[in-house]
Design a protein around this ligand. Sequence first.
Ligand SMILES: [Cu+2]
Length: 125
Amino acid sequence: MSVEHLLAAVVVLALIVFIGWWFLGKHEQQAQSAKQTAQKQAAIIKVHGGYSPSTVVLKQGVPAEVKFEMHDQTACLSHVVFEQLGIDEDLTKQAVTTVKIPTNEKKTFNFACGMGMFHGKVVVK
Ligand SMILES: [Cu+2]
């Protein structure tokens, strides 16, 4: 191999490495920002003759949603009430009802059916 050939090979190799770095670098940045915007937590509670699970634990500081999946026909469980949050949701309107839970402080939010017969809680810790 002549010196010119070797030089050309080195230049081509450097170019490939540079292009690879350029694209990989951009990729990494995209993945990172996506992860940040996607940082949230969700818990699913099935409503069927009660709440299952009746207690969910959330991490403090991460935006949180509790999704109530309705599988119950009785009027008793048709509403879910978070008294501390001033929330009274009708669960019969859609299959899944999402309730946003504030996670800025460690706190326990109690919830109950509209008539206060079934209870559950969401613990932020
Ligand atoms: Cu009830």
